[in-house]
Ligand binder design. Structure first.
Ligand code: G3P
Ligand code: CA
Length: 276
């Protein structure tokens, strides 16, 4: 009986130690002093997402970084576009990769969040960089196309052409480790963010991979995950899939001391971070 009690007490103490180490009682301090405000697809709440105007509004708002999703046209030009096809964000239909740049430029982007301003064309990455040159930080997302590495060499070539890597004005993010590895091979100095899709966050893997930043959807962000990554010296950048809960989620993850917000409402995030 005594043996059983001792074993049980030891087990409880063990569990408490593990819980203390893993969960912690307090959020770990942020890795960066001020969390970064990353304009998700530009100021997409006030103009067509991923357009030059949306990025101009974000830059004027003082966002720390412009988030840009990449797709590649049939004739190998990198353009700012989130979706594989142009159906949702332009007045056209079909896959980006089936259009030459000239053909893609015939379409207009369309409003997706109720703005009433005139539309504009899908921008190339080069056009975005020529607009902002070294006045902004670019947070660029790569992806595989049909399982293939197609954009990394063109991307790094373009960034080097404008000297943006040497000036430390770029972070590359991807859900694909294969893509991040290729980027690292081509440009070892670029900070890399490994993204996890909603519901698929893997803490053990995220702790062990050799990337300095981990990008997590807000519903997978909790104190255990943030603290564990901070203890590994990694920044945690959070994105938000649910527009309806984004404000409350931003408030919640702020209290966990996350290091970056991929925000769809720059003004709100600025006000939130200014709050004591
Ligand atoms: O890059 C962070 C976030 O943008 C990832 O999700 O689908 O909006 O690109 P998504
Ligand atoms: Ca993205």
């Amino acid at each position: 009986m005594l043996k059983k009690t001792v074993w049980f007490a030891s087990a409880i103490v063990g569990v408490l130690i593990v819980m203390y180490n893993y969960v912690g009682r307090e959020p770990e301090p942020p890795i960066v002093n001020e969390p970064k405000i990353i304009a998700h697809r530009g100021a997409n709440d006030r103009f067509n997402e991923s357009t030059i105007t949306a990025y101009e509004i974000a830059a004027n708002d003082g966002a720390d970084s412009l988030e840009i999703d990449l797709r590649m046209t049939e004739d190998q030009t990198l353009v700012a576009m989130h979706d594989e096809n142009i159906d949702r964000t332009t007045n056209g239909l079909g896959e980006v990769s089936d259009y030459s740049l000239e053909e893609l430029k015939e379409f207009q982007t369309v409003e997706v969040f109720g703005n009433e301003r005139a539309t504009e064309r899908v921008p190339t990455l080069r056009e975005i960089i020529e607009t902002f040159t070294d006045s902004q930080h670019y947070y660029i997302e790569t992806r595989l196309e049909d399982g293939e590495l197609v954009m990394e060499e063109a991307l790094i070539g373009l960034l080097n052409e404008y000297d943006l890597i040497a000036k430390e004005l770029v972070t590359i993010q991807s859900f694909s480790q294969q893509s991040l590895e290729k980027v690292h091979e081509l440009a070892p100095d670029i900070p890399l963010t490994l993204l996890y899709s909603k519901g698929n966050f893997d803490l053990s893997e995220a702790k062990s991979v050799d990337y300095p930043i981990i990008g997590i959807e807000s519903s997978d962000v909790n104190m255990k995950n943030v603290n564990a990554l901070h203890r590994q010296g990694k920044e945690v950048h959070v994105y938000f899939n649910d527009e309806a809960t984004q404000k409350e989620e931003q408030e919640r993850v702020k209290a966990l001391h996350v290091d970056g917000f991929f925000t769809d409402d720059i003004e709100y995030t600025k006000e939130l971070l200014d709050r004591k």
